[in-house]
Design a protein around this ligand. Structure first.
Ligand code: MSP
Length: 642
């Protein structure tokens, strides 16, 4: 088998901002590519955005933007996000790029000339969410099973792709290549779908209905179906048909998608390849869905998880680790921030972080910070070695990586870390250090621990590149060995004798979950205050609904554990109100006492940090902080503001 490794994510629709689901797939492919690179393979990692189709036009319209300006904006959100999550694709493709459009037209022409595309009239149930005609038998109570909406009945003449012709070929191909689609459950799902006769695929949309797409080369009155356009990105990105990358990397490809798009990838795509004379892809790897606190992630439920906020709060490496460790490949997972914090504390701060700093501290104290040489004779005689356990870990790790089971790969590493922690306790280097005659034994124990940690750094590099690099540097080695080692870094015995070990620096701070909630609360208030979109017009009657009054601050206190909140007591003439205000970065409590403010007095009470806040103090807020509004001439508490 060649040493080329080509791995792809789906190209994401630009009708919504990137969220946890997109981040997961893209991190997964980044991890797979880094693991392949560390093993000495030549890698190409592709991601990008899918920019044509009804959904995008609809989203642009809702945002009062032209499609092109809109797709540029959203695509930019994706391409800007990836480096901030330590994701390094080799190419970010956009389906609105000329070289992609050229390839789509070229392949359409080829299939048309071969007679596998024909023109016919059709009446069907069109689901905008799916961007396809949904079959009658797929509907549940007349509704699309995925979107719960009633498809529109549309009659029109269109071009069709003769998929039915290749149905038997595809069934045979999947049966002959058992890991063509994996895990197996998804291959079975495709095979079971293929038990029914396959309908030909409608691959065009008349321009009268949709202009935002690639024109058919054989009929300029039509644009091509968005899936036909999108799937071809996997070859156009490599410079199909003559590009050097195409020749090098195709068909050694690992496609990675979630189960939502199994059908286009498991059925349309291999058949398109067959019809176009493109060798079928090697593997389709299908993962499950992330839910949030056991419910589906959706905009309407307001539970869409922002990956950047998590990475900023907990660190990119910790975020990547959690996603890779938590999801069993192929199955659904439920995301919970609290579960993430628990894992960070247990696996990263405790098991790995403490071990690393303990071992380096002991090496500093007992060995004057120089890595000892390996003493094979003593290891043999005393059985004091971690080598066998390390080799088992590497074997399990590599096997798991082959099938994208990174949770298992990491589990193997953490089993080994557990073993190292026990090795420290059983061999108590601090006791050995007391007696000069135990020096060789002390050196052997510490050698095994340091070498074990070097190996752990090499194995976690694909998932936590920054941490692995920090560890390698503190172990006195060149971090470049992590990415260009051609697998050598995974062999036991790589720690050079005499390497200068550094003072340990904490790898992962412990996270105090109790302190996270108030901080988030304050951030929410701050960001709500800071966002300044143009708002819709309101009537004077609407404005009159606001009960604004002058208030006198009679007391102000900090709120324990809440970095940005102050607890104010405000006299508004007729009564006294308790108000929680997100202004403590701009005001000390004593600066506010005795000040006049403007209070929104009829805001529904809200519980913040367990305190019921009875109103809102008005302030001018931007990135420079908050400036509380105050009447320009004195006015008694309770004076209406209008
Ligand atoms: N544009 C098509 C794909 C074309 S590929 C030739 C598309 N785009 S999408 O924006 O809807 O992305 C779907 C993909 O995003 C999923 O297959 C998965 O990779 C990722 N995810 C989106 N939500 C997800 C979860 N809740 N959980 C896990 N991954 C999810 O479909």
């Amino acid at each position: 088998m060649s040493q080329a490794f080509y791995c792809t994510t789906p190209i994401y629709y630009v009708n919504a901002k990137p969220h946890l689901g997109h981040a997961y797939t893209t991190i997964l492919v980044d991890v797979a590519s880094r693991a392949a690179k560390a093993a000495g393979k030549e890698t190409f990692f592709l991601t990008g955005t899918d920019e044509h189709g009804d959904k995008v036009v609809e989203a642009a319209r809702k945002n009062n933007m032209e499609p092109k300006a809109y797709v540029d904006y959203i695509s930019g959100l994706f391409s800007d996000l990836w480096p901030r999550l330590s994701i390094k694709p080799d190419r970010f493709i956009r389906t609105t790029e000329d070289d992609h459009i050229k390839v789509v037209r070229q392949i359409l022409a080829k299939i048309y000339e071969a007679g596998d595309i024909y023109f016919a009239s059709y009446t069907g149930h069109y689901c905008l969410g799916c961007e396809r005609f949904v079959l009658e038998r797929e509907l549940v109570d007349g509704l699309c099973p995925d979107h719960g909406t009633k498809p529109e009945v549309i009659s029109e003449s269109n071009y069709f792709f003769r998929m039915s012709k290749y149905q038997t070929w595809l069934i045979d191909h999947i049966r002959a290549n058992p890991d063509f689609i994996r895990p197996k459950r998804y291959a079975n799902e495709v095979l079971s779908f293929l038990r029914e006769p396959l309908e030909d695929l409608c691959i065009s949309r008349p321009k009268s209905r949709l202009k935002w797409g690639i024109s058919l080369p054989f009929d300029e009155n039509f644009v091509t179906y968005v899936w036909f356009d999108a799937l071809l990105n996997y070859v156009s990105a490599l410079g199909y048909p003559d590009g050097a990358n195409y020749k090098k990397f195709w068909p050694a490809v690992q496609h990675v998608v979630a189960k939502d798009i199994l059908k286009p990838h498991g059925i349309y795509w291999p058949i398109m390849q067959k019809a176009a004379g493109i060798a079928p892809y090697q593997h389709l790897n299908v993962h499950g869905y992330w839910n949030v606190d056991k419910t589906k992630m959706s905009k309407s439920l307001g539970n869409v998880v922002d990956p950047l906020a998590l990475a900023e709060r907990y660190g990119v490496d910790a975020f990547r680790y959690f996603l890779m460790r938590e999801m069993v490949f192929g199955l659904d997972s439920s995301f919970s921030e609290q579960a993430m914090v628990a894992r960070i504390n247990a696996d990263l701060a405790n098991d790995l972080g403490n071990l690393f700093s303990r071992v380096l501290t002991m090496a500093g104290k007992f060995l004057a910070s120089a890595a000892p040489a390996r003493n094979s004779a003593l290891e043999k005689e005393s059985g004091l070695t971690l080598e066998n356990a390390a080799n088992t870990m590497v074997e399990q790790y590599l096997e798991a990586c082959q099938s994208f089971a990174f949770a298992n790969a990491l589990k193997a590493v953490w089993d080994f870390i557990g073993l190292m922690n026990r090795f420290v306790d059983t061999n108590a280097p601090w006791v050995l250090a007391k007696d000069q005659k135990d020096k060789p034994k002390l050196e052997t124990v510490l050698y095994n621990l340091l070498e074990g940690l070097r190996l752990v750094a090499a194995l976690i590099w694909p998932v936590m590149p920054d941490t692995a690099e920090k560890m390698t540097v503190q172990l006195g080695m060149d971090p470049r060995m992590l990415s260009v080692g051609k697998g050598a870094a995974l062999a036991w015995g790589g720690l050079p004798a005499g390497a200068t070990l550094a003072e340990p620096q904490a790898l992962f701070p412990r996270v105090d979950w109790e302190a996270i909630e108030p901080e988030k609360e304050a951030k929410k208030m701050e960001s709500a205050e800071q966002k300044n979109p143009a708002k819709e017009q309101i009537s004077f009657d609407d404005f009159k609904k606001l009960d604004l009054r002058v208030g006198l601050v009679t007391d102000a206190q900090a709120i324990p554990k809440a970095k940005k909140l102050l607890l104010l007591t405000v006299d508004i003439g007729s009564e006294t109100r308790t108000v929680v205000a997100g202004i403590s970065l701009s005001y000390k409590p004593e600066e506010l006492v005795g000040k006049k403010v403007v209070l929104l007095a009829n805001l529904a009470p809200a519980k913040i940090m367990g305190i019921t806040s009875q109103g809102m103090v008005l302030a001018a807020v931007d990135e420079d902080g908050a400036r509380v509004l105050t009447p320009q001439k004195d006015a008694p508490p309770g004076t209406p503001v209008q």
